[in-house]
Design a protein around this ligand. Structure first.
Ligand code: GLN
Length: 281
């Protein structure tokens, strides 16, 4: 019978051979998930023998991970800004950069909107961005819109799981079904150029294509979204977005020609100009 440590080592080698990055961390997550414990708890039971009832589903998960199924889909969950969200193929797997965007928005709102902001999240996907804002700002109301009914179902499941009630979900192609005006509009829209589909990592093929790609330069949706956003912002309202690594100067132009002021493309932790912020006067 294999012990916890032997299983970790064997699984790590298996994933390494298949070119999976951070093989050991992946293996530890999969085993901890199977044993319903934390990764830290694995370290206190290295000698414990594993039952076939645990090994068999683990082998299945390892095989899938080796074939490029994302770790987050196999775990069924992702930790985002202090909360565990359901994560599956109905929405884009949340990226760490988006946690940085949440931080920046919360910081700005604590300085400028002490009361109860109304917030719109366009293209909400799994809901991590809008739901985190709703949870962190209990006085706010957040409308989460997406064109994908699958994504909206996932958002609603996440809201229910986390007990977040100050939200509304809305099926909408960008602003198509949106009415009213908001203090804040946030968006992590698809921004990847279609040409990148062929060269991308196998894991990315498990994200919905609808959530990733937007035309030849990745900016089709954003070019349509930004000029419309001014009609849905209150005077003094702000827009906050996430974009691709080489799109900052184009975003600056799009925001400026749409009438936004105080345009700032903030950098992510890697130093990439990633988060456009602007104001509507
Ligand atoms: N950052 C993601 C990626 O490069 C794309 C997310 C998006 O299009 N909003 O895979």
């Amino acid at each position: 019978m294999k012990s916890v440590l032997e299983t970790i080592n064997g699984g790590t080698q298996y994933l390494e051979k298949r070119g999976i990055e951070e093989a050991r961390r992946n293996m530890e997550h999969l085993l901890a998930h199977q044993l319903r414990c934390t990764r830290m708890e694995l370290y206190t039971q290295f000698d414990k023998p594993l039952e076939e009832a645990d090994l068999s589903p683990l082998r299945d998960a390892l095989k899938q991970r080796g074939e490029g199924v994302p770790l987050q889909h196999l775990l069924g969950e992702i930790h985002f800004h202090g909360r565990d969200f359901i994560c599956d193929g109905r929405g884009l797997i949340p990226r760490p950069e988006t946690e940085e965007l949440v931080e920046m928005i919360l910081k700005d709102l604590s300085a400028n909107y002490a009361s109860a902001p109304s917030i719109l999240d366009v293209g909400c996907g799994s809901g991590v961005l809008g739901l985190t804002l709703a949870a962190e700002l209990p006085g706010s109301h957040v409308t989460l819109a997406d064109i994908s009914s699958d994504a909206l179902a996932l958002t609603r499941e996440n809201a229910a799981k986390l007990g977040i009630e100050n939200v509304t979900t809305l099926p909408s192609n960008l602003f198509g079904n949106v009415s009213g005006t908001f203090d804040v509009i946030v968006a992590n829209l698809p921004y990847v150029p279609e040409s990148e589909a062929e060269t991308m990592a196998p894991e990315l093929k498990h994200d919905p294509a609808l959530a990733l790609f937007s035309g030849a330069d990745g900016l089709d949706l954003i070019r349509s979204f930004v000029p419309q956003a001014v009609n849905f912002l209150k005077p003094g309202g702000i827009i906050a977005m996430e974009i691709g690594h080489d799109q900052a100067s184009q975003l600056h132009d799009i925001l400026e020609s749409s009438g936004f002021t105080e345009i700032e493309i903030r950098k992510d932790l890697c130093g990439i100009s990633r988060f456009p912020f602007a104001k509507h006067l």
